[in-house]
Design a protein around this ligand. Structure first.
Ligand code: CU
Length: 264
């Protein structure tokens, strides 16, 4: 029975190593590769932390198992107490502090390029204003060929829940809230930003491939929070411009003439 505990603690590092080896093949890492360059860097930070945690976990359990195993064979010798050891206290204070300091410095570049305006990609301009409200995403876009104005313009285009963006270039959105606090979350782009009433928060991202991504609200914002779901459509520049033109036609349609005549 005494041998159970050393074996118990030695068992888990083995499980951890096996999981590490088979996880990529079993697709147990992130659900899908990040679809943005910044997202890939964020993933790398998570993997780095995962490796540090795994090494610590394996080391701790091996040490624990070893100590318990040694304890079995002490016999009637005098016990050794490490409690109050100044060196050990120093060691396990400085080691975790150094690891935390390393992580905080190492992630700084990624954090700054995502959050600090002076580190945004050059020439990134707002392409849409996304306003969260219970329980949908309202999107204001500039007319084709125009730039988004901070103040709504007569020829602005409006849509709900469908955010179209051009692929392969950084885009910026102005994020607002009309009522309570919401959170703009596109898991595949690794983008998450709260929408706070009374403020306009710039959020930039870049889709590295064409596709359709989920946009969800990740702040419990009321009874209909669960259905506050939109889509991000990443498409080529030509498709994006075409989308704007079609949206304008749709918006200008007066309900009686043909859409072609309304566009003229
Ligand atoms: Cu919400």
């Amino acid at each position: 029975m005494n041998k159970l505990w050393p074996l118990f603690f030695m068992f888990w590092p083995v499980v951890a190593i096996v999981l590490f080896v088979i996880a990529p093949d079993m697709n147990w890492w992130f659900p899908s590769p990040a679809m943005s360059p910044l997202g890939q860097q964020i993933d790398n930070l998570f993997y780095l932390i995962l490796v540090i945690v795994a090494v610590t976990f394996i080391g701790t359990h091996i040490a624990l198992g070893y100590v318990l195993y040694k304890g079995l064979n002490v016999g009637s010798g005098k016990a050794w107490f490490s409690h109050g050891s100044h060196s050990l206290e120093m060691l396990w204070s400085i080691a975790p502090a150094s690891i935390l300091l390393f992580i905080s410095l190492y992630q700084m570049d990624v954090w700054m390029s995502f959050r600090v305006k002076s580190h945004y990609p050059k020439d990134v301009t707002p392409i849409a204003e996304v306003t969260a409200r219970q329980f949908e995403w309202r999107i204001r876009l500039p007319a084709p060929g125009k730039k988004l104005s901070p103040i709504p313009q007569a020829d602005d285009l409006y849509t709900v829940n469908d955010l179209h963006v051009p692929t392969g270039q950084p885009v910026l959105i102005r994020l607002r809230s009309m009522d309570v606090q919401h959170s703009f979350f596109v898991p595949e782009l690794r983008i998450k930003q709260d929408a706070v009433p009374g403020t306009v928060i710039p959020v930039w991202f870049e889709c590295s491939a064409k596709g359709e991504f989920d946009l969800t609200c990740t702040e419990l914002c009321g009874w209909g929070h669960y259905k506050m779901r939109g889509r991000v459509f990443s498409e080529t520049e030509a498709e994006y411009q075409n989308y704007l033109i079609n949206l304008q036609k749709e918006q200008q349609f007066d309900g009686t003439s043909t859409t072609e005549a309304a566009a003229e």
